[in-house]
Design a protein around this ligand. Sequence first.
Ligand SMILES: *[C@@H]1O[C@H](CO)[C@@H](O)[C@H](O)[C@H]1NC(C)=O
Length: 379
Amino acid sequence: MASKTQLLHHQFTYLAFIILVGGSLVCEAASRTTLDDASMHRRHQQWMARFGRVYNDDNERQKRFNIFKHNVARIDSFNDANGHPYKLAVNQFADLTSHEFSASRNGFKGHLCSSNNNKATAFKYHNLTLSALPSSVDWRMKGAVTPIKDQGQCGCCWAFSAVAAMEGVTKLTTGKLISLSEQELVDCDTKGDDHGCQGGFMDDAFQFILKNKGLTTESNYPYMGVDGTCNTNEEANHAATINGFEDVPPNSEDALQKAVANQPVSVAIDAGGFEFQFYSNGVFTGSCGTQLDHGVTVVGYGEDGDGTKYWLVKNSWGNSWGEEGYVRMQRDVDAKEGLCGIAMQASYPTASELDDHIGKVTAVSSEACSMRVRVEAIR
Ligand SMILES: *[C@@H]1O[C@H](CO)[C@@H](O)[C@H](O)[C@H]1NC(C)=O
């Protein structure tokens, strides 16, 4: 009863205020803000329910609400503005600031390893003729791509990127699509430059798989999203293997296209920007830089209805981000690095059912991270 009385009292005060100030701008602004806040609180509540978000206390809730409100306003105004070929959405990352998002998911170290190991590897697609490549490729249509996965709070995008490329080459060489284990990489590939949830390199993952002579399945060694102790039984239980890996010559989208025309390819990108965090659909055109902080897998390319060329990229942030977990990123941009640096550090595993995978190692040493930026990755 008390609260009802209070409420009435408040309403009365509010009415009196409106009557007193009349139709002045101050009043309009004030009432609009109140209404906006109420509807924003409702939006936040619906969002919390949708993504199962729970806060510890009212302070945390208020703090997250303020960030949510800020992000939603920015997303709405981006979507209301004309001229963007892509849209943003209030996704599962909407109560995180760009800084928090980058810190927890893209933990970019920018570290360069010793600079003498920068030896170029072979590039077996070098002599392909660009004009002879198909104008579009989608490896999903060939059954070479497993469903979208979700790395959660663990910064091991490097493992998801490498595994997706390996799943692709395995399908193309054996005819079998097998979902392979990221957790095996997170737990067992710890003696070199890969550090589980704290980041790693796709090439080092390939190097580990090569040395280990294979990788087990997702179902044998399921994803936990945290660093764990290596299960050595499953580590020795191989479902697929590779016989090497090669780097795509850097800073050439043409070279990248030659590779992607033949198999899914691991790439590093700068995924730290607001637009990437909230990307929803359309061809992503930035903004982003070239501070590589995320590993993903290019599983095709094409051209959309209005002639914009794109890379089809598989991400590991679940289905609710982007186009059902994918992003189409603008292709053939002016910068030689490609959009968000997509052409800077591309690589792919090689495999052949005929090759003896132990004998013919074309790989570089595990030290070969020179000039290759640590990809700490997202969540
Ligand atoms: C490309 O062609 C040149 C000249 O024929 C040859 O020497 C080279 O080995 C080829 N490269 C690859 C990767 O096949």
